[in-house]
Design a protein around this ligand. Structure first.
Ligand code: ADP
Ligand code: ZN
Length: 635
């Protein structure tokens, strides 16, 4: 291990024993070194925005606050300096699963890293402490309560420490969603390591939490780096919830064998849905706080290791999940608020490839949320109402979904067409004169007494034989069955536009529709209605997959490349089982799909591929090369 370390990380760099500014020339060399490590160790060609200035800042030994969305690439910001510094980098992390994942990842890259927390056996603990004492590791992942133990602090006082990293730093703040009292004491701990620069990282964007972090940690020369919260590779789509289960199954058909999460509102719904999917033949497990810990852990592990395809979960699922190849997130029910929606969809597509986020939006769900809000009181109720209103604005918007979403985080999204949301893709289609369908719909609303919701009106227009129609004798109406030229989903989509454009208003509690002033004007033919007629679903799906800006893996590969991709994936799974690693830690989907279109002549040629560094090449290069080579020879 030591030999490798020396080869990868030459030790001829100066030891920084005080926080004095490092000279420019030295920093320049260190930045070169950082780029080399990026390529050689991690296999990446370029830094993402902000990574380089952040790394520079840390190398200059200036305290650094990093605010970056999930999947933005925060870890590299401390891992690379850790490899350049001579001393140890301590990483404080609140979640044992994340620590484990990171150490496995580092070990696989031949970066010497260990962890210390309550999950270790005595032998492991002693072994790891020994390695730290002997200066054999670059990174120490540690739980805050472990770091606070006097014995550990004493031990660390005997080794040179160059960086104290506080991961998930929002845990410091009582204003954050995950306050941990031990995190507050990190301020004291940092005094014990005067030569260490301090770095705090989080994906929580609110200014209040940010201020709390810098204040608590006494960042003097604070340097803050706030990245954009736009996740370009997430395709955002909201569909009216009509017949949720068939809608979901239809969506899942697009992703054979690909990992995804389906979020539901309650534990009961989670259990029911996961059973229904299982009966349909999906490989799926539930996850919620009502399951015992053992089972939760097992289901999560199965998902992480690609042994099952789907997880149906309440919001309890996701914290501490690093899996990079989650290709879709479905909200089967409305999320709690925009922030949770953002966190939840954020778990998809960490590898930077396209991932799909579908929210099924039903008015019935709003009633449920309203019911819960009504149980609250005073300010809490006010806040919850505000959250719901913001969520509705986001769901009902006609403009790019990224505008209201990012506005929530104080960001002004100015791009004209994001190319990665349902609204932007439809924009190209232009408005059509839809006065006649509008008149049919409005007239039907009138004739049924302005008390029914969209679903029933559409049933009448389509001439359905539902019980509700029979009960109210609506088959006798002149509007019964006059709307068969459009599909159910097209009518639903139109009904939303009627509401947005003020032709109809909707009872906030029961969802019943009533004509508004504009509605009468259109009904009487005094005004036209210009709107968007949605393509039939199949056509729309094709358009979405074809035109979207960020391409997905296997879905976009040609038939043959796809076959190769599947072979590579099979091998990855085999190795993962052999080494007890999650498959995505061996190679990401992005790396595998790049391999599937490559034609290397030698194993070393794989170094050109995203995500293949020297350690990975040495460990897995030949195996994957052989598969590609063999496949190409047959062609
Ligand atoms: P975060 O901690 O911010 O949620 P990670 O550090 O886990 O995000 O990074 C997300 C993914 O992006 C990882 O798979 C990581 O290897 C990858 N990544 C990070 N930086 C780069 C880069 N410069 N080029 C390519 N991939 C990167
Ligand atoms: Zn858009």
């Amino acid at each position: 291990m030591v030999g490798n370390r020396q080869r990868l990380f030459p030790t001829n760099f100066p030891i920084f024993s005080c926080i004095s500014r490092v000279s420019r020339a030295k920093i320049k060399t260190m930045i070169e070194q950082a780029k080399l490590i990026l390529k050689k160790v991690f296999g990446y060609d370029a830094f993402r925005s902000l990574q380089e200035p952040i790394i520079r800042n840390v190398l200059e030994k200036k305290d650094t606050l990093v605010i970056m969305p999930t999947g933005g690439g925060k870890s590299l910001c401390y891992q690379i300096p850790a490899l350049i510094f001579n001393g140890l980098t301590i990483v404080v992390s609140p979640l044992i699963s994340l620590m484990k994942d990171q150490v496995e990842q580092m070990t696989d890259l031949k970066v010497p890293a260990v962890l210390l927390n309550s999950s270790l056996s005595y032998e492991e603990y002693v072994h790891n402490v020994g390695k730290i004492r002997r200066n054999e590791v670059k990174l120490l992942y540690v739980a805050p309560e472990t770091l606070l133990k006097p014995k550990i602090l004493e031990m660390l006082a005997t080794v040179p420490i160059d960086c104290l990293t506080i991961d998930e730093a929002h845990c410091i703040s009582e204003w954050g969603h995950d306050f941990r009292p031990e995190y507050r004491q990190m301020a004291e701990v940092r005094k014990q390591f005067p030569s260490a620069v301090c770095m705090a990282l989080t994906a929580t964007a609110t200014p209040r939490v940010q201020r709390d972090i810098t204040k608590t940690l006494h960042f003097e020369e604070s340097n803050e780096f706030v990245a954009s919260f736009n996740r370009e590779n997430l395709f955002l789509k909201i569909d009216p919830k009509q017949n949720a289960f068939p809608q979901l199954v239809r969506f899942l058909e697009r992703y054979p064998n690909q990992s995804g999460i389906i979020y539901c509102f309650t534990r009961r719904q989670v259990d029911e849905l996961s059973q229904k999917l299982e009966i349909k033949g999906y490989s799926v497990k539930p996850y919620h706080a009502g399951l015992d810990e053992e089972q939760r852990k097992r289901n999560q592990e199965l998902f992480i290791r690609d042994d099952i395809q789907l997880i149906v979960a309440t919001i309890a699922f996701g914290m501490g999940i690093n899996k990079s190849n989650i290709r879709f997130v479905v909200h089967y029910d409305l999320p709690k608020n925009i922030e949770s929606y953002y966190q939840e969809i954020g778990r998809a597509g960490r590898d930077g490839l396209r991932a799909d986020c579908l929210l099924l939006f039903g008015y019935g769900d709003i009633r449920k949320i309203r019911y819960f809000i009504d149980q609250k009181e005073g300010q809490e109720q006010q806040v919850a109402n505000m959250h719901l209103a913001a969520l509705l604005r986001f769901a009902e918007t006609h403009v790019c979904r990224r505008i209201p979403l990012l506005a929530y985080f104080g960001e002004n999204y100015t791009q004209e067409n994001c190319g990665m949301c349902d609204n932007c893709l439809r924009q190209g289609q232009g408005l059509a004169d839809l006065t006649i369908p509008a008149q049919k719909f409005l007239s039907c609303v009138r004739k049924t007494g302005e008390i029914f919701g969209a679903a029933h009106i559409i049933d009448v227009l389509l001439g359905s034989k539902s019980q509700k129609i029979a009960k109210f004798n609506h088959q006798e109406l002149s509007t019964y069955g006059i709307g068969k030229e459009l599909s159910k989903s097209q009518w639903f989509h139109l009904s939303r536009q009627f509401i947005q454009k003020g032709l109809l208003s909707q009872d906030p509690e029961f969802g019943g529709l009533k004509l508004d002033k504009n509605g009468y004007e259109v009904l009487r033919g005094r005004e036209k209605f210009m709107g968007l007629l949605r393509e039939e679903e199949e056509q729309e799906e094709r358009t979405e997959m074809k035109t979207a800006k960020v391409k997905a893996t296997a879905v976009q590969l040609g038939e043959e490349d796809r076959e190769l991709f599947e072979q590579l994936r099979g091998k990855r799974k085999e190795l993962a089982t052999l080494y007890h690693l999650p498959p995505y830690l061996i190679f990401s989907d992005k790396t595998l799909s790049a391999m599937a279109v490559s034609s290397p002549r030698l194993p070393e040629d794989l170094l050109d591929i995203h995500g293949v560094g020297e350690a990975k090449l040495e460990r897995y290069g030949k195996t994957f090369f052989d598969i590609i080579h063999h496949f190409r020879r047959k062609q």
